[in-house]
Design a protein around this ligand. Structure first.
Ligand SMILES: *[C@@H]1O[C@H](CO)[C@@H](O)[C@H](O)[C@H]1NC(C)=O
Ligand SMILES: *[C@@H]1O[C@H](CO)[C@@H](O)[C@H](O)[C@H]1NC(C)=O
Ligand SMILES: *[C@@H]1O[C@H](CO)[C@@H](O)[C@H](O)[C@H]1NC(C)=O
Ligand SMILES: *[C@@H]1O[C@H](CO)[C@@H](O)[C@H](O)[C@H]1NC(C)=O
Length: 476
C-alpha cells in the first residue's frame, strides 16, 4: 500500500514537473529540428524517388534552375515593391497572387495546435509562410475542400490539421492592419466580407504549386535540446485548405525560415537568443545521415574540426534571403579576375546562402573565371557529356586523385575565408562520373552558395549581431 502511494506521489510530482517545464518559457536556451533530405523522405514513402544518382541530380538541378529563376524574379519584384512603399507609405500594393519558392530540399516534423497534431513539412530558407494542410471549417466553400465534417483523422489519406479541434487556433481577421498591410508580402487577400472573416492567402510557388487558406496565430510545440518540450505561442501559420501541385505531394506543409518579419525563423530566433545554426551532412553519400537546424545557442555544440570564421550577415540586402559580402574567389592561392559588380547588390549582383538550392550558382563573369581555373586541373580525365544535366564539366573519375583538386576559397569583404571541402565543388554524380558543381547564371542576378557547397560545415546565423560564423564539422 505505502510503496504504491509513494510511487503515485512520485509520478504526480514528475508529471507536474514536466507540466511546469512546458510552461516555463525557454529555460533551455535552444531547440533543434532534425532535417531529412527530400530524396530520403520520398524514399521512405515509396513514392517515385529518383532511382540512380544521375536521376537524383537531374531532379535536384531541375529544382535549382526553377528556384534560381524565381529568386531573381522575386528579388526584383521586392525591390520594386520596396521602392513603392518608401516613396509613398500609404500606397496600395498590387494584390495579384504572387509567387514564392517553397521547393526546399529538407524535411522535418512540426507539432501544431493544442493538443498538438504532428506534420511533415518542407524546410525552406527562401519562403516565409509556415503552413499545413488544414481544415478550418467543415462547410463547403468555393475552391475549398470536400465538405467533410467528421473532423477526425486524415482526409483522402492525408494528414490534416483540424483547426476547430485546437483550443489555441486564432484566425487573423481580414479587417486587421496585419491582413491589409503587413501580410501582403505573404500574399494576403484583402477582400473582407465581414470584419471577422479570417484573412485569406493565395500563395503561388515557383513550380506552379498553389496554397490557399487563412492566416492564424497558433501554438507550435517543439522539443528542446535538453529533452524537454516547450510551446511557442502565437506563431503565425497558414491553415491551407487547398494545396495543389508537386511541392505538396509528399508532405503536409512547409516551414518558412526566410529572413522576414513573419517567418518562423525570425519568430523562433527572437525567443532563443536571435541565433540559429545548422550543419548539413553529405546526403549524397549516406542516405541515413541526419542534419540539424538549431535555434538558440547550442548547449552541446557540434564538434568543429577547424577554426571558426566570421563574416557580416547582410539581413537587409536581398530579403528574404541571407546575403553575404563576397570580395572574390581564389583557386590554388591565385585570386581570380572577377569584376566587383558581380558581388555588389547595388549593381545588380550579390550573393546569398540558400539551403533550398543544391548546387552553387555563379553569374556569368564569375562562372567563366572559376570554371577556367578548375577545368585545367581535371583536364587529364576524360570529359563526359551527361544527358539533361546542365553542369558543363563532367569527367570520367576512373583513377581520380582528390589531391589534384585545386583549393577553392571564397573570400569575404572583411577578410574571412571559406574553404569548402573539395567534394563540395567536385561532385560525384555516380556511374564513375564527377562534375564541377557550378551552374551558370545571367548577370545581373544573384549568385547562390547552395547546400552542397555548405555541407560538412557548421553555419551559425547571428541575427542580433549580424554575423555569420562557420567552421568545418562532421555535423555530429
Ligand atoms: C525563367 O523565368 C522566365 C519568366 O520569368 C521564363 O520566361 C523562363 O522560361 C524561365 N526559365 C527557366 C529555365 O525556367
Ligand atoms: C541505413 O540504416 C538502415 C537501418 O538502420 C540500415 O539497414 C542501412 O544499411 C543503412 N544504410 C546506410 C547506407 O548506412
Ligand atoms: C571511364 O573510363 C574507364 C577506363 O578508361 C572505362 O572503362 C569506363 O567505361 C569509363 N566510364 C565512363 C562513365 O565513361
Ligand atoms: C594522389 O596523389 C598524391 C600526390 O600526387 C600521391 O601521394 C597519392 O599517393 C595519390 N593517391 C592515389 C590513390 O593515387
Amino acid at each position: 500500500m505505502w510503496p504504491k502511494l509513494i510511487i503515485f506521489i512520485v509520478l504526480v510530482a514528475i508529471v507536474e514537473a514536466q507540466h511546469h517545464a512546458e510552461e516555463m518559457q525557454h529555460n533551455s536556451n535552444s531547440f533543434s529540428f532534425e532535417l531529412k533530405h527530400r530524396h530520403v523522405h520520398v524514399h521512405r514513402f515509396n513514392n517515385n524517388r529518383p532511382e540512380t544518382q544521375h536521376e537524383r541530380f537531374k531532379d535536384l538541378l531541375h529544382h535549382d534552375i526553377i528556384r534560381h529563376n524565381i529568386t531573381c524574379h522575386r528579388l526584383q519584384t521586392r525591390r520594386r515593391a520596396g521602392e513603392a512603399v518608401s516613396s509613398a507609405p500609404s500606397i496600395e500594393l498590387p494584390l495579384n497572387p504572387g509567387s514564392d519558392l517553397g521547393i526546399g530540399q529538407y524535411i522535418t516534423t512540426l507539432k501544431v495546435g493544442t493538443p498538438s497534431q504532428m506534420f511533415r513539412v518542407i524546410v525552406d530558407t527562401g519562403s516565409d509562410l509556415t503552413s499545413v494542410r488544414c481544415r478550418y471549417r467543415c462547410s463547403k466553400r468555393a475552391g475549398g475542400g470536400s465538405g467533410d465534417c467528421s473532423m477526425k483523422g486524415r482526409i483522402n489519406g492525408r494528414r490534416v490539421f483540424h483547426a476547430p479541434l485546437s483550443s489555441s487556433f486564432r484566425p487573423v481577421p481580414c479587417s486587421s492592419e496585419r491582413c491589409k498591410v503587413e501580410l501582403i508580402t505573404l500574399f494576403s487577400i484583402t477582400t473582407c466580407p465581414t470584419p471577422l472573416t479570417p484573412c485569406g492567402y493565395d500563395y503561388g510557388y515557383a513550380d506552379g504549386s498553389v496554397a490557399r487558406g487563412v492566416f492564424a496565430d497558433e501554438t507550435v510545440t517543439i522539443g528542446l535540446t535538453n529533452g524537454r518540450k516547450t510551446r511557442l505561442r502565437n506563431v503565425l501559420i497558414g491553415c491551407s485548405d487547398s494545396y495543389q501541385g508537386p511541392v505538396f505531394n509528399n508532405v503536409d506543409g512547409l516551414l518558412g525560415l526566410g529572413n522576414t518579419k513573419h517567418s518562423f525563423a525570425t519568430y523562433a530566433a527572437e525567443k532563443f537568443g536571435r541565433k540559429f545554426s545548422y550543419c548539413l551532412v553529405d546526403h549524397l553519400s549516406n542516405i541515413n545521415a541526419t542534419s540539424y537546424i538549431t535555434f538558440g545557442a547550442s548547449r552541446n555544440p557540434v564538434k568543429l574540426s577547424g577554426n571558426v570564421r566570421r563574416t557580416t550577415l547582410e539581413l537587409q540586402a536581398l530579403v528574404p534571403f541571407y546575403a553575404v559580402n563576397v570580395r572574390g574567389i581564389s583557386v590554388d592561392g591565385k585570386m581570380l579576375e572577377i569584376p566587383m559588380k558581380v558581388w555588389d547588390v547595388t549593381q545588380g549582383g550579390g550573393t546569398i546562402l540558400d539551403s533550398g538550392t543544391s548546387l552553387t550558382f555563379l553569374t556569368d563573369p564569375a562562372y567563366q573565371a572559376v570554371m577556367e581555373a578548375l577545368t585545367m586541373s581535371v583536364s587529364k580525365y576524360q570529359r563526359v557529356k551527361l544527358d539533361a544535366v546542365p553542369m558543363d564539366y563532367c569527367f570520367n573519375s576512373t583513377g581520380f586523385n582528390e589531391t589534384l583538386v585545386p583549393k577553392l576559397i571564397i573570400h569575404f569583404d572583411d577578410g574571412a575565408r571559406f574553404k569548402p571541402h573539395w567534394n563540395n565543388y567536385v561532385i560525384t554524380v555516380g556511374g564513375g562520373v564527377k562534375c564541377l558543381g557550378f551552374v551558370p547564371a545571367r548577370f545581373p542576378g544573384v549568385s547562390v552558395i547552395g547546400n552542397i557547397m555548405q555541407q560538412n560545415y557548421f553555419w551559425e546565423y547571428d541575427l542580433a549581431g549580424k554575423k555569420l560564423s562557420f567552421a568545418p564539422s562532421a555535423c555530429s
